[in-house]
Design a protein around this ligand. Structure first.
Ligand SMILES: Cc1cc2nc3c(=O)[nH]c(=O)nc-3n(C[C@H](O)[C@H](O)[C@H](O)COP(=O)(O)OP(=O)(O)OC[C@H]3O[C@@H](n4cnc5c(N)ncnc54)[C@H](O)[C@@H]3O)c2cc1C
Length: 416
């Protein structure tokens, strides 16, 4: 940071999707600003890495959800990033050692639809209920549905309020990017005024200018937009003076990050034949997995974990994650698959000190906490990460729009 003790109209904390949106809006409005990022890289929970042979893998966000309402689609077009326009994924189901037939699969789909209806009905009557309370527990599909919910919200069904499902604006269009969502978000920072390895340790927002202590010195700013995850906010790693109001602290505590991690294998392309399904829903004993095979035709497959199980497996380490995924693949494809599996990679979002989990869920018993979290403080401090999005929380585009909205509100221009 070359400037000392001055003096930006706007400082943005965090170079993830929300920081991207905030910086883009500030540039549009011609507001001088800088983005301060604690880690050595841009993207936050968007992170694309590469398996042997240069196969891109997203360790964080991968699908452009609600694609026709998602601003990253236009950004991908502008940057020449290829994606699949897809609103329906074909899948097979391998439950308890056998492939399910079409009738069984449609029973599962009916259960899903009934669950959605039950949750919406429950929200009208009991807005503070959990998703767990709304579901039919006696159904044979309940265990797999619990896994699915843990991927969507990164917490388990008893930890997610029905309002989170009711408020989320899902168009059922989930479009994956060939060269990675993380790579697309990182690309957006190429022209942004950015300071990496610049952890913010304290923010004094008692008066204007706001005083920001960082690993690289002190900055003063007219306004500050903080986009760090709720996991980071809850950890106390950033000290606020005065401390955040009780209402904001309650909102942070009632929107905790759960955990979700991806597991990837590259593999011998000869092992799987052309008839292998592209997606497999798998259940065996306590183990549930959604497995994606050969994304974009690449010789690779991946799955993901969610909720308490994701926290637990992450703590067991990489080799345990590898063994867990490999065992399921052996149950589906036979022991012959072992020798075709090559490089293994997995994420560890709970361990990442700058993230501390995956994405936020509103706990049962609470209402409208996302709105409360986004309320401006002293007209100079704005919280604007993924958790503050009213309708696209848990997503990259929700974070991006929340960042943009925060700048617009801070500087008094029209929202969206
Ligand atoms: C496994 C997984 C799968 C996902 N899949 C999808 C998906 O398919 N589609 C989708 O849309 N979304 C998905 N998401 C969610 C999406 O990635 C996030 O909602 C979004 O990226 C969050 O962006 P953000 O800017 O709010 O926060 P972050 O990305 O967390 O950005 C905050 C930034 O702040 C930085 N920071 C932290 N502390 C400090 C500090 N003290 N000082 C300065 N900087 C600091 C962090 O390093 C980080 O870069 C997924 C997330 C995970 C974990």
């Amino acid at each position: 940071m070359s400037r000392r003790s001055t003096d930006y109209p706007l400082v943005i904390v965090g170079a993830g999707a929300a920081g991207n949106g905030a910086s883009e809006q500030a540039t549009l409005l011609d507001i001088d600003h800088v983005v301060l990022e604690a880690s050595h890289r841009m993207g936050g929970r968007g992170l694309t890495e590469y398996l042997e042979g240069g196969i891109p893998i997203d360790l964080g966000c991968h699908w452009m959800h609600s694609a026709t309402l998602n601003p990253y689609v236009a950004i991908a077009d502008a940057c020449g990033f290829e994606y699949l326009r897809i609103d329906h994924y074909d899948y097979a189901m391998h439950f308890h050692g056998a492939w399910l037939d079409r009738t069984q699969r449609s029973r599962y789909e009916n259960y899903q639809q009934e669950s959605f209806d039950r949750i919406l009905a429950s929200y009208k009557e009991f807005p503070g209920h959990s998703i767990m309370e709304a579901l039919d527990h006696d159904s044979e599909w309940f265990p797999y549905a619990c896994y699915w919910w843990s991927l969507m919200h990164s917490n388990d069904v008893d930890q997610i309020s029905v309002q989170d499902f009711a408020d989320y604006n899902d168009t059922s269009e989930d479009w994956p990017l060939r060269n990675g969502y993380g790579a697309l978000i990182a690309r957006q920072f190429e022209t942004v005024p950015l300071s990496l390895n610049c952890a913010v340790s304290s923010i004094d927002w008692s008066r204007s200018p706001v005083r920001i202590e960082t690993a690289r010195g002190v900055l003063r700013a007219g306004k500050v937009i903080v986009t760090v995850s709720n996991g980071v906010l809850a950890s106390g790693d950033i000290r606020f003076f005065p401390s955040l109001p009780e209402t904001t602290l309650t909102a942070i505590d009632s929107l905790p990050l759960g955990n979700s991690n991806y597991q990837f294998f590259s593999m011998d392309p000869a092992f799987l034949d052309a008839d292998t399904p592209e997606n497999i829903h798998y259940l065996d004993g306590e183990s549930s997995m959604a497995i994606r095979i050969r994304p974009f035709g690449t010789p690779c497959l991946f799955t993901s974990t969610g909720g308490r199980f994701a926290w637990w497996l992450e703590r067991q380490g990489q080799s345990a994650s590898r063994a867990y995924f490999e065992e399921a693949l052996v149950k589906i494809f036979g022991a012959g698959i072992r020798k075709s599996l090559r490089e293994f990679r997995c994420s560890a979002w709970g361990y990442d000190p700058w993230i501390r989990g995956a994405y936020s869920s509103q706990l049962p018993g609470h209402e409208d906490m996302r709105q409360r979290l986004s309320e401006p403080l002293n007209e100079c401090l704005y919280l604007a990460g993924e958790a503050t999005s009213p309708d696209f929380f848990n997503t990259a585009h929700g974070a991006y729009l929340a960042g943009k909205d925060a700048v617009t509100r801070a500087f008094g221009h029209e929202v969206r």
